[in-house]
Write a protein that binds this ligand. Sequence first.
Ligand code: GLY
Length: 377
Amino acid sequence: MEKKSKKTMVNSWNEWDSLKHVIIGRADYCCIPWPEPALDAKVPQDSDMKGMHGPRPQATVEKANEQLDNFAQVLEKRGIRVDRPKPLQWCQAIATPDWKVNSMFGCMPPRDVLLTVGKEIIEATMSYRCRWFEYLAYRPLLQSYFAEDPDMKWEAAPKPRLTDADYKLDYLSDKITAEERLKWTAEKNFVTTEEEPLFDAADVCRMGQDLFVQHGFTTNLKGINWLQRHFPEHRIHAVNFPGDPYPIHIDATFVPLRPGLCINNPKRRLPKDQRKIFEINGWEIVDAAQPAHKNPPPLCYSSVWLSMNCLVLDTKTVCVEASEVHQLEQMDKLGFEVIPVPFRDAYPFGGGLHCATADVYREGSCEDHFPKQLDGI
Ligand code: GLY
């Protein structure tokens, strides 16, 4: 039973203010997509995802939904309003005039699609063909927010054509060694080209007036430039994390916990020149705790670093995956009340606790946490 707060208000400027209203995804009809250029670059040779496509086993869908429903209840018990998307039958072919693919993906990670900045929710361009129509699962919610909050702004970023010109077609995982891949990503040579603006919402980390956006496989420089033009009052910083062979989405790599404190994946450290803006503004960047698991669960696109993919409820409270004992302990030491949430069965459907959510309302306003700026970043 979803508890509804009295008034719908869209407002969220950062990742840490007091959370009042959130969307949590659903695993229904989720599909392992058929090969396409962006996905081929992402799936390692030795992954159990290699060669897999089609509907996910029903038992895994049910287990994931149990954990997603439980997560929703945990938040509702704390007085947070939780809305859920309306899944489509994702295992059906889709086409545009330029291409056709045999299935879609799912609506488990709303964070990838919806970017909330202040009173605005943007449907991201996305960068996989199988995710082109994913916004449809959120349309009933967006329509209701638009109707209920007269100040809500609703935007769809320009839909990309996603022709082959968007991808480097030689960027296939079985043609590149792991070492070559690390070298390429460190050199900012990613699978996507600069044909047109591309971004996934989960590449954007919101810290008030400053938005830090990962430039990688799913977000290109044109996408970052589109965001800067769209938000002229914000300062947009393109960031990179050498060491990540598959730079997709920022929230298993760099996660702010409260003003002045971020955790950073120790295998994917923010480069020295990009740390400067944090240092001169008195921010601390600490290494995230080691993951508790040696491998991700079966049929999972993400790495073990979903361990750090936590949902901050306010500057004193954080949800962490229940089996991630080292991350739980680190959060406790950092002074948080830690809420353990079982979530590993949902990981294969598109990510951890942060990925599985999209902000609608956090208390607070747009603040400047980086008053000292550097030129050229
Ligand atoms: N891109 C998220 C992860 O797998 O680490």
